[in-house]
Ligand binder design. Structure first.
Ligand SMILES: [Zn+2]
Length: 279
């Protein structure tokens, strides 16, 4: 990603309107310099930011139990900040996020025009009896420090409002499940495994909080059962499908290299060896 010429879209009329990544600083810099001038909007995946926020809260909670109590609500508020701002307006997202400092102190009107009062309705009954933080208390000060950290605010302004990368990450882990990297599969084997992973990914509802996919196993089992039943009745159809797939298989990559004769290969090898010995 470090060099512009590596970018596959260049010169191919492929314009990226939106790019969502984790918040890797070097990637962000590259996108800002190479893609943003072309109009690409770069957003950060919420999950990655929520994860580091959670860590900061856990560290602070060691001294303040009250913060541990608020932890799930604080992380939810980060997701809500992004999801409730479909146009990704940075100022609105920042104001919504910072309103949390007030909300947790039982203050629901804010002096930021971009978000002047909490979006929840009037609080009554149980909703009123929360463990509100006392203004100026250690917990309130610690929380404010975490929420208004410059680096976090910068990330919040770039939160991805609609799409997150967790489904892609879940898909990658699903591929690894069916096609582990330590095993070399044939073309047809790899193709079938990718299809299976894609079918499962499209059928199963991603579980938002953890980027995991639910219900994979039962779907995989029923899929395999259905295939088995259908091909038990018509083994010829299975043979035909399998033959068609195999005929589509491209030649091994090694075939695309130019073959050299043995003498030439030996002398190239020896030349390489002597070069290593010199250094
Ligand atoms: Zn509120």
């Amino acid at each position: 990603m470090a060099q512009a010429q590596c970018w596959p879209a260049e010169g191919k009329d492929l314009h990226l309107a939106t790019l969502i990544t984790d918040r890797h600083r070097q990637v962000a810099k590259w996108v800002r310099e190479e893609l943003s001038p072309e109009g690409t909007r770069h957003y950060f995946d919420v999950w990655h930011i929520a994860k580091s926020l959670g860590k900061a809260l856990d560290a602070a909670s060691k001294e303040c139990d009250q913060l541990q109590l608020w932890r799930p609500a604080i992380v939810n508020h980060l997701y809500w900040t992004a999801a409730s701002t479909p146009d990704g307006n940075p100022a609105v997202m920042e104001a919504k996020w910072k309103s949390l400092v007030n909300h947790i102190q039982d203050i629901h009107d804010h002096d930021t025009p971009a978000f002047s009062s909490c979006a929840h309705g009037p609080l009554d009954g149980d909703q009123r009896n929360k463990e509100w933080l006392d203004p100026g208390s250690l917990a309130a000060v610690k929380l404010e420090n975490i929420i208004t950290r410059t680096a976090l605010l910068k990330d919040v302004r770039q939160l991805s409002p609609q799409h997150q990368t967790f489904s892609l990450e879940a898909y990658h882990s699903l591929i690894l499940h069916f096609a582990p990297k330590h095993t070399g599969f044939s073309y047809v084997g790899m193709y079938s495994r990718l299809l299976l992973a894609a079918a499962l990914q499209s059928q199963c509802q991603p579980l938002r909080q953890h980027g995991k996919v639910m219900g994979r196993r039962s779907y995989a089992t029923s899929l395999m059962k259905a295939l088995q039943e259908s091909y038990t009745h018509s083994p010829a159809a299975l043979r035909e499908v399998s033959a068609n797939l195999s005929s589509d298989a491209p030649a091994p990559i090694a075939k695309s290299f130019e073959q050299v004769n043995k003498e030439e290969a030996v002398s190239l090898f020896l030349a390489r060896q002597s070069r290593y010995k010199r250094t």
